[in-house]
Design a protein around this ligand. Structure first.
Ligand code: ADP
Length: 449
């Protein structure tokens, strides 16, 4: 429950933080949008009154005169069609279109606004829109409504500059002059850029800090689990030889065993073997602790690695009573490098011992040496159980053991490969691993000469 809370509280806080930031982004964009619309509206109004003040006209009067003439002609020649004809709607549309173009052609408000807005230092990327909401024509015979629509609400990109109403001999009209801010979104983003960048930066910082803390937490948990596993394994590993020795000691006290010299020798051998194993285990633990505390002190010397590797392989096979078959391919002409013979021996021994321990059939080990790009390489390949891909990145970590169901089935403390990696790195080299589950594993060590 505590673990869950540790995870839930920060995730909740992060989500809350993101929600607040999103809310802020939204309200900043809204504010900037309102501000821009207001600015353009007041600029347009100022522009309009300046135009009327200067020219005493805005072009619409002239447009109205022309429209009056046009509607006069229309009334005279076509009015009967408008009321009678079947295709009156076509005529209505044409007439309305004509009146639209008369007004648009004659207005000089948009041009004035454009230069006025530029002078005020604003973006002039807008379209002038004229919207006729009502248009009626009259004659003695009656009246005809050509357009009757709701005036557009000033919304989205549209800014209402002014509404005009006119009545002449032949028509009356109501129209609005609007500007359509075509790049409103771009303007809003430009205005809000700095605030948005600050919010983005704060989100990035908070997420990075969160991610780092989270990674540390996960890593710490992993390490603490590894340590617990290690302590369990170590207890088990130390107890096994100890209890064998205790039992063997008690056996030696028995009369029937004492009287049989063969049994005494066998039991003494067993005690000796288990003591050696116990000693090795304790040494591994001590060496690893030492590795942690002190810097590597290697006494390197130019060594023929073909010869040294062959010696290590041979003595390993002897000590394990030929537990494996080894195939050795050494580069012709010799492979020489500066290495610490003792550490090198331990390193190869660890790889060979793993090759045997993690194998469920007759172990077949291939040892290959070579040289590439002024460096030397030593490769140990086995036909063992292999390592699943998800574990490959971790096997060189301290205490890491690939779980095999029951962790105690194959003995180990998870220190062997860690030790190998530290030795390789101490020599300025690197170690890589490739593996196929069920087929085997290859460890490749590359060392400078
Ligand atoms: P230990 O053998 O004591 O567990 P190591 O550090 O030597 O620790 O190995 C870490 C893990 O890597 C082992 O638990 C084992 O699962 C896996 N491993 C190492 N060498 C081999 C190999 N040759 N074949 C298959 N698995 C291996």
């Amino acid at each position: 429950m505590r673990h869950r809370l540790i995870l839930i509280i920060p995730i909740g806080a992060l989500l809350l933080f993101l929600a607040v930031q999103l809310y802020m982004v939204n309200s900043i964009l809204q504010q900037k949008e309102e501000m821009i619309m207001m600015q353009y509206k007041s600029l347009s109004k100022e522009g309009l009154s300046m135009l009327v003040g200067k020219k005493k006209a805005n072009g619409f009067e002239k447009a109205m005169d022309i429209t009056d003439k046009f509607t006069g002609l229309l009334v005279k020649e076509e009015m009967h069609k408008l009321s009678d004809s079947n295709d009156s709607s076509l005529l209505k549309n044409e007439s309305a279109g004509h009146i639209y173009s008369i007004i648009s052609k004659n207005e000089h408000l948009s041009e004035v606004l454009r230069s006025y807005i530029i002078d005020a230092g604003y973006d002039n990327d807008f379209d002038a829109v004229i919207f006729i909401s009502r248009l009626r024509i009259f004659s003695d015979a009656g009246e005809m409504t050509l357009i009757d629509e709701k005036p557009p609400a000033a919304k989205e990109r549209l800014i209402l500059v002014n509404t005009f109403r006119e009545e002449r001999n032949n028509f009356d009209i109501e129209f609005s002059f609007l500007i359509d801010l075509t790049n409103k979104n771009e303007l809003v983003f430009r205005e809000a850029f700095i605030s948005l960048m600050l919010i983005l930066a704060s989100i990035i910082i908070v997420i990075s800090v969160f991610w780092l803390t989270w990674r540390n937490l996960v890593e710490e948990r992993r390490l603490s689990e590894l340590k617990t596993d290690f302590i369990n394994n170590m207890t088990h590993e130390l107890k096994t030889p100890l209890s064998t020795i205790t039992v063997a000691g008690r056996t030696l006290e028995k009369e029937q065993v004492l009287s049989d010299p063969h049994k005494v020798v066998e039991t003494a051998k067993l005690i000796g073997k288990q003591s050696v194993h116990l000693n090795q285990l304790i040494n591994t633990i001590l060496e690893t602790t030492l590795l942690e505390r002190t810097e590597f002190e290697l006494s390197k010397q130019m060594t023929d690695l073909n010869e040294l590797t062959h010696q290590v392989v041979t003595s390993f096979l002897t000590s394990c009573d030929g537990c494996a078959v080894a195939e050795e391919c050494y580069e012709k002409g010799g492979v020489n490098a500066m290495v610490d013979v003792v550490y090198y021996t331990t390193m190869i021994n660890n790889l060979l011992s793993n090759a045997v321990r993690y194998c469920t059939r007759q172990p077949l080990i291939k040892v290959v040496t070579g040289s590439e790009d002024g460096r030397v390489s030593i490769q140990v390949t086995d036909n063992g159980i292999g390592i699943a891909r998800e574990h490959l990145d971790h096997i060189f970590d301290k205490f890491y053991r690939v779980p095999h169901g029951n962790i105690h089935r194959s003995k180990g403390l998870g220190l062997g490969l860690y030790y190998v990696r530290r030795i390789v790195e101490g020599h300025g080299g690197l170690i890589t691993v490739t593996s196929k589950q069920g087929s085997g594993t290859t460890f490749k060590i590359i060392l400078p000469k």
